[in-house]
Design a protein around this ligand. Structure first.
Ligand code: ADP
Ligand code: MG
Length: 510
């Protein structure tokens, strides 16, 4: 007899159904697993044998064959232990096939029969729901799995014996409670920043329109400080976004105790990070920082210090909103729609352009340093501003009265206006102005006559490319949304033009 248990394999953040078939046949005692298992799956044999022994069940001295179908899909990870063990229990008649048919199963076994946490329980639960089944997952993953839906049956046993007791009806498992991450310590607040009004305003525009931002200025000007305060003015995730972000955290094994969070992710990888760490991949496919920052912020401090390969590889996810990772025989696509905030010094010594400072290497110090950033990468950054040293007078001022809460309210209102507009013109898939381009942008951001004149004059004087022209329009649309004022006006265009890095070198400003 062949017993069937459903489980999943992960392909990107998606869970793909896998059928675990277990056959116990007469013959010389053997235990084989086939169907492209990786090392962790092949080792599952030993854990299953020991765990069954621990609950007092010896494997029958027969030929045991486990097939993981579809046979051509590679199976990675340790979550196949419990499905294989349940398949065996089904094949030897301890658990009925009717019971097994009701569930999708994931979990790793310890030698003593307890069930250990695994990654990806939330996507597995969503897959189970789509198949009209329930989910059996480790106890720790229960709170995350129940987010898949109220009508998904979730069993989260701590050990094999608890699961068998539940099946026999001697001790029933209760449904886990969904848990939200506690609000946690307060995010750093904008009111810590003295002076720097222009930079703070640019941060507000960035948050409102979902734009990318480059901060350029001498060390100690407060660039890192500003960037770290962006999450405090962004709106919290809505329920569908929360599920999207949690699926990624679940696959990456970053959900603590199965609790999911409403905060937007904020990732700040170090500049020594490898392309695989940033984009994803490695020997076992893992989402990279761009994916972990999905629907949140990716902060790259000291941008020119990142390796040229990383900077080059960033272009594709910034353009398409997804990261494609090449594997030996297939591609995996992860979502990666993030907001990039980057900070840099104007040159290697850090003080180019400051009054009274001359770099030791002269003019080339700044131009060589800035040349590390390619034009196509900079093209994707809507706002580029210069952050000067804080004026000494500003530092002794009392803390500003306006903090993150007030700014966040304006940002939320501006985001609502954008969502409504996109819904009205039949593009509910778009959420923020940063996603608008080309003809769509010209339709939604058409300035009034004085605005048109200013933009055309500026385009001529500054020799704006078509891309640069659209960038100004996009930012101006967000500025207009922030003041809750319908059509884009001349002042909006003027403000947008000021975020083009006028005092940086010609190349950065283009
Ligand atoms: N505008 C400011 N208001 C208050 N403190 C500031 C300001 N700018 C800088 N600082 C102080 O200087 C320190 C260094 O700032 P940081 O953001 O690390 O600078 P950067 O990243 O530009 O080199 C901060 O930790 C903070 O104490
Ligand atoms: Mg810094």
């Amino acid at each position: 007899m062949v017993a069937h248990v459903r489980t999943v394999a992960f392909h990107g953040v998606e869970a793909v159904e896998v059928d675990v078939q277990v056959q116990v046949a007469p013959g010389l005692p053997a235990f084989t697993i086939v169907g492209l298992p990786d090392k962790a799956v092949a080792e599952s044999r030993e854990r299953v044998r020991a765990a069954l022994g621990a609950i007092g069940l010896a494997l029958p001295p027969k030929r045991i064959t486990v097939n993981l179908a579809p046979a051509d899909l590679p199976k990675e990870g340790s979550h196949f232990d419990v499905p294989i063990a349940l398949g065996l229990l089904g094949a030897i008649g301890v658990i009925s096939s009717e019971f097994l048919d009701r569930f999708v199963v994931v979990g790793e076994l310890s030698l003593d029969g307890s069930i250990n946490a695994v990654i990806g329980s939330l996507p597995a639960a969503i897959c189970a729901n789509a198949l009209g089944r329930g989910l059996i997952c480790p106890r720790q993953a229960g709170p995350e799995a129940v987010w898949a839906g109220e009508d998904v049956e979730v069993l989260a046993p701590g050990s094999l014996i608890q699961l068998i007791n539940h099946y026999k009806g001697t001790q029933m498992l209760s449904r886990p409670e969904p848990e939200l991450e506690a609000a946690g310590p307060d995010l750093p607040d904008l009111c810590d920043i003295k002076g720097q009004e222009t930079a703070k305003r640019a941060l507000e525009v960035t948050a409102a329109g979902g734009h990318n931002l480059l901060l350029n200025g001498p060390p100690g000007a407060g660039k890192s400080m500003l960037a770290r305060r962006l999450p405090s003015i962004l709106p919290v995730l809505d329920p569908s976004e929360m599920l999207e972000v949690s699926m990624i955290s679940s696959i990456a094994g970053e959900l603590r105790n199965g609790r999911i969070s409403r905060r937007r992710p904020f990732r700040d990888p170090h500049h020594s990070a490898s392309p695989a760490a940033i984009i994803g991949g490695g020997t076992r496919a893992k989402p990279g920082e761009v994916t972990l920052a999905h629907l949140g912020v990716l902060f790259l401090d000291e941008l020119p210090e990142f390796s040229p390969q990383v900077l080059e590889a960033l272009r594709q996810p910034m353009e398409s909103g997804s990261a494609v990772v090449a594997r030996a025989n297939h591609h995996v696509t992860y979502p990666a729609r993030f907001q990039l905030v980057a900070a840099m010094n104007p040159c290697r010594c850090g003080h180019a352009g400051e009054p009274g400072h001359t770099c030791r290497r002269g003019e080339r110090c700044a131009s060589d340093y800035q040349a590390r950033l390619s034009g196509p990468l900079l093209d994707r950054i809507d706002l580029r501003i210069t952050v000067p040293q804080v004026a000494v007078g500003d530092l002794s001022l009392p803390a500003p009265r306006e903090g993150s809460a007030q700014v966040a309210a304006r940002v939320a209102a501006a985001r609502r206006a954008q969502a409504e507009r996109f819904a009205q013109i039949g593009r509910p898939d778009l959420r923020v102005n940063a996603q608008a381009d080309g003809a769509l942008l010209e339709a939604i951001a058409k300035p009034d006559d004085p605005g048109c004149k200013l933009l055309n004059d500026a385009a001529r004087a500054m020799k704006l490319s078509a891309r640069g022209y659209h960038r100004v329009l996009r930012v101006a649309r967000t500025v207009a949304d922030l003041r809750q004022g319908g059509q884009v006006r001349r002042i909006d265009i003027a403000e947008a033009l000021s975020y083009r890095g006028a005092s940086m070198s010609q190349r950065l400003a283009a």
